[in-house]
Design a protein around this ligand. Structure first.
Ligand code: PMP
Length: 407
Protein backbone atom coordinates (compact mmCIF):
# COMPACT_ATOMS: atom_id res chain seq x y z
CA UNK A 1 0.00 0.00 0.00
CA UNK A 2 1.34 3.40 -0.95
CA UNK A 3 0.74 6.33 1.36
CA UNK A 4 -2.26 8.53 0.48
CA UNK A 5 -0.54 11.73 1.43
CA UNK A 6 -3.43 14.11 0.80
CA UNK A 7 -5.78 12.00 2.94
CA UNK A 8 -3.16 11.82 5.70
CA UNK A 9 -2.57 15.58 5.68
CA UNK A 10 -6.27 16.17 6.33
CA UNK A 11 -5.84 14.31 9.64
CA UNK A 12 -3.42 17.03 10.82
CA UNK A 13 -5.32 20.34 10.98
CA UNK A 14 -2.19 22.29 11.95
CA UNK A 15 -0.70 21.60 8.51
CA UNK A 16 -3.36 23.96 7.07
CA UNK A 17 -2.02 26.86 9.13
CA UNK A 18 -0.27 29.87 7.67
CA UNK A 19 2.92 31.21 9.27
CA UNK A 20 3.93 34.81 8.50
CA UNK A 21 1.30 34.71 5.76
CA UNK A 22 2.89 31.63 4.11
CA UNK A 23 1.68 28.01 4.15
CA UNK A 24 3.35 26.20 7.03
CA UNK A 25 6.12 23.77 6.06
CA UNK A 26 6.78 21.78 9.21
CA UNK A 27 10.24 20.22 9.17
CA UNK A 28 10.84 19.99 12.92
CA UNK A 29 9.48 16.51 13.38
CA UNK A 30 12.51 15.18 15.26
CA UNK A 31 11.77 17.71 18.01
CA UNK A 32 8.08 16.87 18.13
CA UNK A 33 5.51 15.60 15.69
CA UNK A 34 2.08 17.09 15.01
CA UNK A 35 -1.01 15.29 16.28
CA UNK A 36 -3.79 13.82 14.14
CA UNK A 37 -7.44 14.56 15.01
CA UNK A 38 -7.84 10.88 15.93
CA UNK A 39 -5.48 11.46 18.89
CA UNK A 40 -6.87 14.85 19.90
CA UNK A 41 -10.48 13.63 19.67
CA UNK A 42 -9.82 10.56 21.79
CA UNK A 43 -8.31 12.68 24.56
CA UNK A 44 -11.08 15.29 24.35
CA UNK A 45 -13.65 12.47 24.55
CA UNK A 46 -12.13 11.26 27.81
CA UNK A 47 -12.05 14.77 29.28
CA UNK A 48 -15.67 15.41 28.24
CA UNK A 49 -17.17 12.06 29.17
CA UNK A 50 -15.05 9.79 31.30
CA UNK A 51 -12.45 11.71 33.31
CA UNK A 52 -11.74 10.39 36.78
CA UNK A 53 -8.65 9.32 38.70
CA UNK A 54 -7.75 5.75 37.89
CA UNK A 55 -7.15 2.46 39.75
CA UNK A 56 -9.11 1.25 42.77
CA UNK A 57 -12.09 3.46 41.92
CA UNK A 58 -15.45 1.75 42.33
CA UNK A 59 -17.47 4.10 40.19
CA UNK A 60 -18.25 4.11 36.48
CA UNK A 61 -16.00 7.02 35.43
CA UNK A 62 -12.99 5.72 37.31
CA UNK A 63 -13.43 2.32 35.71
CA UNK A 64 -13.71 3.86 32.24
CA UNK A 65 -10.52 5.88 32.69
CA UNK A 66 -8.70 2.90 34.23
CA UNK A 67 -9.72 0.72 31.29
CA UNK A 68 -8.51 3.40 28.87
CA UNK A 69 -5.12 3.61 30.60
CA UNK A 70 -4.66 -0.15 30.79
CA UNK A 71 -5.82 -0.60 27.21
CA UNK A 72 -3.13 1.91 26.16
CA UNK A 73 -0.57 -0.22 28.01
CA UNK A 74 -1.71 -3.24 25.97
CA UNK A 75 -1.36 -1.24 22.75
CA UNK A 76 2.23 -0.32 23.70
CA UNK A 77 3.01 -3.93 24.66
CA UNK A 78 1.84 -5.16 21.27
CA UNK A 79 3.57 -2.29 19.45
CA UNK A 80 7.04 -3.26 20.70
CA UNK A 81 6.18 -6.95 21.23
CA UNK A 82 6.96 -7.09 24.94
CA UNK A 83 6.39 -10.49 26.49
CA UNK A 84 4.50 -9.18 29.54
CA UNK A 85 2.08 -6.30 29.98
CA UNK A 86 3.68 -5.36 33.31
CA UNK A 87 7.00 -4.73 31.54
CA UNK A 88 5.48 -1.49 30.19
CA UNK A 89 5.95 1.44 32.58
CA UNK A 90 4.39 4.81 31.76
CA UNK A 91 6.67 7.79 32.42
CA UNK A 92 6.76 11.46 31.46
CA UNK A 93 8.95 10.76 28.45
CA UNK A 94 12.32 9.43 27.31
CA UNK A 95 14.20 11.67 29.72
CA UNK A 96 12.29 10.43 32.74
CA UNK A 97 12.59 6.81 31.58
CA UNK A 98 16.39 7.10 31.35
CA UNK A 99 16.56 8.80 34.75
CA UNK A 100 14.43 6.04 36.25
CA UNK A 101 16.68 3.28 34.89
CA UNK A 102 19.92 5.12 35.66
CA UNK A 103 18.96 5.69 39.29
CA UNK A 104 17.21 2.43 40.06
CA UNK A 105 19.61 0.19 38.10
CA UNK A 106 22.62 1.97 39.63
CA UNK A 107 21.22 1.54 43.13
CA UNK A 108 21.07 -2.19 42.66
CA UNK A 109 23.92 -3.00 40.31
CA UNK A 110 26.54 -0.22 40.16
CA UNK A 111 29.27 0.28 42.73
CA UNK A 112 32.57 2.13 42.96
CA UNK A 113 34.87 1.40 40.02
CA UNK A 114 32.11 -0.03 37.82
CA UNK A 115 31.60 1.30 34.30
CA UNK A 116 28.78 2.62 32.15
CA UNK A 117 29.20 3.00 28.38
CA UNK A 118 27.33 5.58 26.31
CA UNK A 119 27.97 6.63 22.73
CA UNK A 120 29.41 9.89 21.45
CA UNK A 121 26.15 10.60 19.59
CA UNK A 122 23.76 10.42 22.54
CA UNK A 123 21.17 13.04 23.31
CA UNK A 124 22.02 14.81 26.59
CA UNK A 125 19.20 12.87 28.22
CA UNK A 126 21.14 9.64 27.70
CA UNK A 127 24.40 11.15 28.99
CA UNK A 128 23.67 13.38 31.97
CA UNK A 129 21.57 10.92 34.05
CA UNK A 130 24.43 8.40 33.73
CA UNK A 131 27.01 11.06 34.60
CA UNK A 132 25.04 11.93 37.74
CA UNK A 133 24.80 8.33 38.94
CA UNK A 134 28.43 7.65 38.06
CA UNK A 135 29.44 10.63 40.16
CA UNK A 136 27.30 9.43 43.05
CA UNK A 137 28.57 5.86 42.85
CA UNK A 138 32.19 6.75 41.94
CA UNK A 139 31.71 4.78 38.74
CA UNK A 140 33.31 5.51 35.36
CA UNK A 141 31.54 6.76 32.22
CA UNK A 142 33.12 5.53 28.97
CA UNK A 143 32.30 6.67 25.45
CA UNK A 144 31.95 4.71 22.19
CA UNK A 145 33.00 7.11 19.40
CA UNK A 146 31.66 7.62 15.86
CA UNK A 147 33.43 8.34 12.55
CA UNK A 148 33.09 11.46 10.41
CA UNK A 149 30.12 10.01 8.54
CA UNK A 150 28.34 9.72 11.86
CA UNK A 151 28.60 5.94 12.15
CA UNK A 152 29.32 4.36 15.53
CA UNK A 153 32.60 2.46 15.73
CA UNK A 154 30.84 -0.65 16.93
CA UNK A 155 33.94 -2.77 16.32
CA UNK A 156 35.55 -0.95 19.24
CA UNK A 157 32.76 -1.86 21.66
CA UNK A 158 34.09 -5.24 22.71
CA UNK A 159 37.47 -3.73 23.63
CA UNK A 160 35.75 -0.89 25.52
CA UNK A 161 33.84 -3.35 27.68
CA UNK A 162 35.68 -4.59 30.77
CA UNK A 163 34.82 -6.89 33.65
CA UNK A 164 33.49 -3.81 35.46
CA UNK A 165 31.08 -2.71 32.71
CA UNK A 166 27.46 -2.94 33.85
CA UNK A 167 25.42 -1.32 31.11
CA UNK A 168 25.65 0.14 27.59
CA UNK A 169 23.18 2.98 26.91
CA UNK A 170 22.86 3.89 23.26
CA UNK A 171 20.35 5.45 20.89
CA UNK A 172 18.81 3.51 18.03
CA UNK A 173 18.61 6.59 15.82
CA UNK A 174 20.55 9.81 16.34
CA UNK A 175 18.38 12.92 16.52
CA UNK A 176 21.08 15.23 15.15
CA UNK A 177 22.72 12.96 12.54
CA UNK A 178 19.88 10.65 11.53
CA UNK A 179 22.16 7.59 11.82
CA UNK A 180 20.42 4.27 12.35
CA UNK A 181 22.70 2.31 14.67
CA UNK A 182 23.22 -1.47 14.40
CA UNK A 183 21.43 -2.21 17.66
CA UNK A 184 21.26 -5.97 17.27
CA UNK A 185 25.04 -6.09 16.89
CA UNK A 186 25.54 -3.83 19.93
CA UNK A 187 23.22 -5.97 22.07
CA UNK A 188 24.92 -9.20 20.95
CA UNK A 189 28.39 -7.86 21.77
CA UNK A 190 27.28 -6.54 25.19
CA UNK A 191 25.32 -9.66 26.12
CA UNK A 192 28.24 -11.91 25.19
CA UNK A 193 30.12 -10.09 27.96
CA UNK A 194 27.19 -10.19 30.42
CA UNK A 195 26.49 -6.45 30.04
CA UNK A 196 22.95 -5.02 29.97
CA UNK A 197 21.76 -2.67 27.21
CA UNK A 198 19.39 0.31 27.28
CA UNK A 199 18.20 1.53 23.89
CA UNK A 200 16.94 5.10 23.49
CA UNK A 201 14.26 4.70 20.82
CA UNK A 202 13.00 8.31 21.00
CA UNK A 203 13.87 8.82 17.32
CA UNK A 204 13.05 5.36 16.04
CA UNK A 205 9.64 4.06 17.17
CA UNK A 206 7.98 6.52 14.77
CA UNK A 207 10.05 5.33 11.79
CA UNK A 208 10.81 1.61 12.07
CA UNK A 209 9.27 -1.46 13.66
CA UNK A 210 10.87 -2.53 16.94
CA UNK A 211 10.58 -5.96 18.49
CA UNK A 212 12.10 -5.98 21.98
CA UNK A 213 12.04 -9.77 22.20
CA UNK A 214 13.79 -10.25 18.88
CA UNK A 215 16.50 -7.79 19.94
CA UNK A 216 16.53 -9.27 23.46
CA UNK A 217 17.07 -5.70 24.69
CA UNK A 218 17.04 -5.12 28.47
CA UNK A 219 15.52 -1.62 28.49
CA UNK A 220 13.84 0.45 25.78
CA UNK A 221 12.72 4.06 26.26
CA UNK A 222 10.71 6.46 24.11
CA UNK A 223 8.41 9.52 24.19
CA UNK A 224 4.80 9.83 23.06
CA UNK A 225 5.11 13.28 21.56
CA UNK A 226 7.57 12.23 18.82
CA UNK A 227 5.20 9.41 17.88
CA UNK A 228 2.22 11.64 16.98
CA UNK A 229 0.95 11.36 20.57
CA UNK A 230 0.66 13.95 23.34
CA UNK A 231 3.43 15.53 25.38
CA UNK A 232 4.05 14.41 28.95
CA UNK A 233 3.80 10.68 28.35
CA UNK A 234 6.55 8.18 27.61
CA UNK A 235 7.43 4.56 28.01
CA UNK A 236 10.02 2.47 29.76
CA UNK A 237 10.13 -1.15 28.72
CA UNK A 238 12.25 -3.35 30.94
CA UNK A 239 12.69 -7.10 31.23
CA UNK A 240 10.53 -8.46 34.01
CA UNK A 241 13.35 -10.04 36.06
CA UNK A 242 15.42 -6.84 35.99
CA UNK A 243 12.50 -4.57 36.90
CA UNK A 244 11.57 -6.91 39.74
CA UNK A 245 15.10 -6.75 41.13
CA UNK A 246 15.39 -2.97 40.82
CA UNK A 247 14.22 -0.76 43.73
CA UNK A 248 11.46 1.86 43.27
CA UNK A 249 12.71 5.23 42.09
CA UNK A 250 10.01 7.61 43.29
CA UNK A 251 7.77 7.07 46.31
CA UNK A 252 4.13 8.03 46.70
CA UNK A 253 0.63 6.80 45.98
CA UNK A 254 -0.01 3.93 43.56
CA UNK A 255 3.44 2.38 43.99
CA UNK A 256 2.82 0.89 47.45
CA UNK A 257 1.21 -2.26 48.78
CA UNK A 258 1.08 -1.33 52.48
CA UNK A 259 2.32 1.78 54.26
CA UNK A 260 3.28 1.69 57.93
CA UNK A 261 5.58 4.13 59.71
CA UNK A 262 7.79 1.16 60.50
CA UNK A 263 8.20 0.40 56.81
CA UNK A 264 6.40 0.21 53.47
CA UNK A 265 5.93 -2.65 51.04
CA UNK A 266 5.77 -1.97 47.35
CA UNK A 267 3.25 -2.68 44.64
CA UNK A 268 3.84 -5.12 41.80
CA UNK A 269 5.04 -4.18 38.34
CA UNK A 270 4.30 -1.91 36.59
CA UNK A 271 2.81 0.14 39.44
CA UNK A 272 5.99 -0.08 41.56
CA UNK A 273 7.50 2.45 39.14
CA UNK A 274 4.40 4.63 38.63
CA UNK A 275 4.20 6.80 41.75
CA UNK A 276 1.40 9.37 41.95
CA UNK A 277 -1.63 9.96 39.77
CA UNK A 278 -0.71 8.56 36.37
CA UNK A 279 -0.98 10.70 33.27
CA UNK A 280 -3.81 8.51 32.05
CA UNK A 281 -5.39 10.87 29.50
CA UNK A 282 -2.07 11.24 27.71
CA UNK A 283 -1.49 7.49 27.93
CA UNK A 284 -4.85 7.06 26.18
CA UNK A 285 -3.71 9.62 23.58
CA UNK A 286 -0.50 7.66 23.07
CA UNK A 287 -2.52 4.50 22.51
CA UNK A 288 -4.57 6.30 19.85
CA UNK A 289 -1.36 7.59 18.23
CA UNK A 290 0.14 4.11 18.00
CA UNK A 291 -3.07 2.80 16.46
CA UNK A 292 -2.98 5.68 13.95
CA UNK A 293 0.63 4.91 12.97
CA UNK A 294 -0.06 1.19 12.74
CA UNK A 295 -3.04 1.85 10.49
CA UNK A 296 -0.74 3.52 7.99
CA UNK A 297 1.89 0.83 8.62
CA UNK A 298 5.47 1.42 9.71
CA UNK A 299 6.82 -0.24 6.55
CA UNK A 300 4.86 2.23 4.42
CA UNK A 301 5.98 5.11 6.61
CA UNK A 302 9.62 4.04 6.40
CA UNK A 303 9.51 3.55 2.62
CA UNK A 304 7.94 6.98 2.03
CA UNK A 305 10.22 8.82 4.46
CA UNK A 306 13.27 7.18 2.83
CA UNK A 307 12.02 8.55 -0.48
CA UNK A 308 11.76 12.03 1.05
CA UNK A 309 15.25 11.69 2.56
CA UNK A 310 16.82 10.63 -0.75
CA UNK A 311 15.06 13.45 -2.61
CA UNK A 312 16.06 16.10 -0.06
CA UNK A 313 19.64 14.84 0.24
CA UNK A 314 20.13 15.06 -3.51
CA UNK A 315 18.57 18.52 -3.79
CA UNK A 316 20.36 20.05 -0.81
CA UNK A 317 23.71 18.49 -1.76
CA UNK A 318 23.53 20.49 -4.99
CA UNK A 319 23.63 23.80 -3.12
CA UNK A 320 27.05 25.41 -3.24
CA UNK A 321 28.73 25.65 0.16
CA UNK A 322 26.17 23.42 1.88
CA UNK A 323 27.56 20.60 3.99
CA UNK A 324 25.45 17.81 5.45
CA UNK A 325 26.51 16.49 8.87
CA UNK A 326 25.55 12.86 9.20
CA UNK A 327 26.08 10.86 6.03
CA UNK A 328 25.84 7.36 7.44
CA UNK A 329 24.89 4.57 5.09
CA UNK A 330 21.81 3.78 7.19
CA UNK A 331 19.92 6.96 7.93
CA UNK A 332 16.46 8.14 8.76
CA UNK A 333 14.72 11.28 7.50
CA UNK A 334 16.90 13.86 9.26
CA UNK A 335 19.23 16.31 7.50
CA UNK A 336 21.57 18.44 9.59
CA UNK A 337 23.43 21.04 7.56
CA UNK A 338 25.38 24.28 7.46
CA UNK A 339 26.01 26.66 4.60
CA UNK A 340 29.43 28.34 4.41
CA UNK A 341 29.40 31.80 5.95
CA UNK A 342 25.80 31.62 7.18
CA UNK A 343 25.09 31.18 10.87
CA UNK A 344 22.53 28.48 11.62
CA UNK A 345 20.37 30.96 13.57
CA UNK A 346 20.24 33.32 10.58
CA UNK A 347 19.31 30.44 8.29
CA UNK A 348 16.61 29.23 10.69
CA UNK A 349 15.12 32.68 11.26
CA UNK A 350 15.04 33.56 7.58
CA UNK A 351 13.46 30.21 6.66
CA UNK A 352 10.87 30.85 9.37
CA UNK A 353 9.93 34.09 7.60
CA UNK A 354 9.09 31.89 4.59
CA UNK A 355 6.86 29.65 6.75
CA UNK A 356 9.45 26.87 6.99
CA UNK A 357 10.02 25.46 10.48
CA UNK A 358 13.47 23.92 11.02
CA UNK A 359 15.43 23.51 14.24
CA UNK A 360 18.75 25.23 14.87
CA UNK A 361 21.48 24.74 17.47
CA UNK A 362 23.08 21.72 19.08
CA UNK A 363 19.91 19.59 19.24
CA UNK A 364 20.88 18.58 22.80
CA UNK A 365 23.91 16.72 21.39
CA UNK A 366 26.83 18.99 22.22
CA UNK A 367 29.40 16.16 21.95
CA UNK A 368 28.27 15.61 18.33
CA UNK A 369 28.90 19.29 17.58
CA UNK A 370 32.28 19.08 19.30
CA UNK A 371 33.20 16.09 17.15
CA UNK A 372 32.76 18.23 14.04
CA UNK A 373 34.16 21.40 15.62
CA UNK A 374 30.95 23.37 15.07
CA UNK A 375 28.54 25.25 17.34
CA UNK A 376 25.35 23.90 15.84
CA UNK A 377 23.50 23.03 12.66
CA UNK A 378 20.23 23.64 10.89
CA UNK A 379 18.14 20.48 11.07
CA UNK A 380 15.28 19.55 8.75
CA UNK A 381 13.46 16.40 9.81
CA UNK A 382 10.69 14.86 7.72
CA UNK A 383 7.54 12.96 8.57
CA UNK A 384 5.17 10.87 6.44
CA UNK A 385 2.86 13.92 6.19
CA UNK A 386 5.54 15.96 4.41
CA UNK A 387 5.80 16.21 0.62
CA UNK A 388 8.42 16.66 -2.08
CA UNK A 389 6.84 20.03 -2.86
CA UNK A 390 7.64 21.11 0.68
CA UNK A 391 11.23 19.97 0.19
CA UNK A 392 11.31 22.07 -3.00
CA UNK A 393 10.17 25.02 -0.85
CA UNK A 394 13.03 24.37 1.57
CA UNK A 395 15.50 24.14 -1.30
CA UNK A 396 14.33 27.44 -2.79
CA UNK A 397 14.29 29.00 0.67
CA UNK A 398 17.92 28.05 1.32
CA UNK A 399 18.95 29.43 -2.10
CA UNK A 400 17.15 32.67 -1.29
CA UNK A 401 18.97 32.98 2.04
CA UNK A 402 22.29 32.23 0.28
CA UNK A 403 21.63 35.09 -2.16
CA UNK A 404 20.97 37.49 0.75
CA UNK A 405 24.40 36.65 2.13
CA UNK A 406 26.32 37.27 -1.10
CA UNK A 407 28.15 40.57 -0.68
N1 PMP B 1 16.74 10.93 23.03
C1 PMP B 1 16.67 11.34 21.77
C2 PMP B 1 17.44 10.61 20.71
C3 PMP B 1 15.90 12.46 21.46
O1 PMP B 1 15.84 12.89 20.20
C4 PMP B 1 15.19 13.13 22.48
C5 PMP B 1 14.36 14.36 22.20
N2 PMP B 1 14.95 15.28 21.35
C6 PMP B 1 15.29 12.63 23.77
C7 PMP B 1 16.07 11.54 24.01
C8 PMP B 1 14.56 13.29 24.91
O2 PMP B 1 13.18 13.11 24.76
P1 PMP B 1 12.16 13.89 25.69
O3 PMP B 1 12.58 15.32 25.68
O4 PMP B 1 10.83 13.65 25.04
O5 PMP B 1 12.26 13.28 27.05
Amino acid sequence: MAIDIQKIRKDFPILEEQVHGKPLVYFDNAATTQKPTQVIDEMVKYYYKYNSNIHRGVHYLSNKSTDGNENARKIVQKFINAEHLHEIIFTRGTTESVNLVANSFADKYISEGDEVIVSEMEHHSNIVPWQLVCEKKKAILKVLPFNDKGELLVDQLDALISDRTKIVAVNHISNSLGTINPIQKIIDIAHARGVKVLVDAAQSVQHVKIDVQEWDVDFLVFSGHKLYGPTGIGVLYGKEDLLNEMPPWQGGGEMIKEVRFEGTTFNELPFKFEAGTPNYIDAIGLGAAIEYVENIGLENIDAYEQELLAYATEKLSGIEGLRIYGTAEHKTSVISFLVDGIHFYDMGMLLDQMGIAVRTGTHCTEPVMQHFGIDGTVRASFSFYNTKEEIDALYKGILKVCKMFVH
